[in-house]
Design a binder for this molecule. Sequence first.
Ligand code: NAD
Ligand code: LMR
Ligand code: MG
Length: 615
Amino acid sequence: MHCPRPLSLTQEYPPAPALSLKATSDSIAIPLDNDALQQEAVKEILEQGLALFNAQHMMRAPFLNRGLSHTDEERTTKNLTGLLPHVTESLKTQASRSMAMIESRQTDIDRYLYLSSIKSYNVDLFYRLLMDNVRQLMPLVYTPTIGDVCLQYSALYTRPEALHISINHRGSIKEILQNWPHENPEICVVTDGSRILGLGDLGFNGVGIAVGKLALYTAAAGINPQKTLPVILDTGTSNEKNLNDPHYLGLRQQRVSPIEQQALADEFMQAAHETWPNMVIQFEDFENTKAFGYLDRYRDQYTCFNDDIQGTGSVVLGGYIGAVDRSGVPLEEQRLVFMGAGSAGVGVAKQLVEYYVRQGLSEDEARNKFWLVDTKGLVTADRPDKLAEHKKYFARTDNAGQQFKTLEEVIKYVKPSALVGLAATYGIFDEPVVRALTASVKLGGQDRRPILFPLSNPLTKAECTFEEAVKWTDGSVIFASGSPFAEEQADFGDGQGSVTYYPNQGNNVYVFPGLGLGTILSKASRVTDDMVYTAAVALADSVNKEEREIGLIYPRIDRVRETSIVIAREVMKSARRGGVSKLEDSQWKSWDQQGDSVLDAYIKDRVYDPLCSLC
Ligand SMILES: NC(=O)c1ccc[n+]([C@@H]2O[C@H](COP(=O)([O-])OP(=O)(O)OC[C@H]3O[C@@H](n4cnc5c(N)ncnc54)[C@H](O)[C@@H]3O)[C@@H](O)[C@H]2O)c1
Ligand SMILES: O=C(O)C[C@H](O)C(=O)O
Ligand SMILES: [Mg+2]
């Protein structure tokens, strides 16, 4: 783990020598009558050259450049005088200029490009901006804008941002990893672009999602940006639009066979582990057969997890715990319908089953609380089509030969208390569906509230909007969506006047940064189920009084970094309980004695927080 960058750059850049010698462009005076002096002179010249080189390099190196925050002293000692406007400014002042620029841009893609250009020359400024303006900027570097960016990634391309490995590199991945210019990455997000958000197979263009997730590892959990590694495994694409786009940057071919894709993934995992044994690997946006298959294949061999299955399971459980509290429907009476039975749907349902089992239900009782629906209707064991392997666990057997094709039919049959959307289909929670859900919940009492989670991303795939959810439930909804919605004002003529309703963002961004940070800091050899579960409970416990009072079930997004520290701490402790932490036992014993605040301080000491001496 890398500490916050020292304010002084002397470690990377030796100070320029006192100029006892003058090197001009055409002559250098070296005293020749004294060996020692001569050696000293040569050394000084080399140092002087190095300092000049460093100054130029620094101005071009995004991880070193501090823009206008270089102090007068740094400018003198690092030969930067004249290379910058003469004013010095804190990072915060520079950030306020950038915010004004962002606000003046016309489209979110323009805003994204502007932010991305800042990242390309001044990484500290980029992260200062992102950390101090999470609510405004996260939707630009993450969902929903990142969805548009990925759709057009090749068209928008200006510079490489990731490690690009294609099927044609088979046999040489280990050598390619050596080319990565930063030492010992700690966290890697790898995708093959085959299921980017709800946008389908975007091929190489999906690389944007790995870059975006890693920006949040830094902004939301303080992992040093130089320690993050985005990887795209390019195995072709089924996306005809991309294949016909003259600017498409990926392999212009259909995806190779699943066996060849797996062989590439196998080689990557082995090479990555041999090169950086402590690196944590997050699988992101692989289509579901690979998502489940690779997780099973690698989870007991490497330090890895799947964000769409496990991260999403954890974040939804974190929100569900608070939602049940507010719903008025006791935990044991809850009945959940899931629209979508893919990586996320099955991942979330399984995580909730674990929760119910930990609350005392048998596994069968827990599983029976879930009804999963896909494009063909309710998932049942006797449905005529062949069920995909990952759906079988939840296939209903109590349908008495009846098949339910539409969501409305399923709701009337099940009478659920909660409806979860992970089907990547805009508008599928329409008015009849939401009203039917509300009616079924209110059967048990008028005070009862429906839980409605349209979790698909980006916004163009959300199952319904917050405005619709508020309107069709007369404001009684407990709502969480994958992408952010704005607050709503509504007056239902019930004497309360105009009321503000607050949406929640149920997105795995609340979990993966803290889960990754905790895994890194505990030096965990595996990401266990208990670590993922513990992250969910820590998230639920992180909602503060003020947030609860306005009905939130997740911390406000501005507090995501604070929340990640708590999650990381609990994940570390879970790693220790599970026997996978490689930290010294004596270290754990001292934390046992000293308590959580000391462990929190340990974590905070190790996270990146871009500051400058002027801040
Ligand atoms: N909020 C979050 O944190 C989060 C996390 C992961 C995934 N997601 C979102 O969830 C969505 C699904 O992701 P996934 O990985 O499970 O994808 P997936 O392809 O594995 O699964 C999609 C599922 O939806 C079903 N489906 C598709 N269209 C449908 C329709 N019209 N009616 C009923 N079912 C339909 C499919 O049959 C499949 O079971 C995506 O939009 C993704 O962005 C959100
Ligand atoms: O990327 C996100 O915003 C969440 C999730 O991982 C998804 O695939 O939709
Ligand atoms: Mg994802």
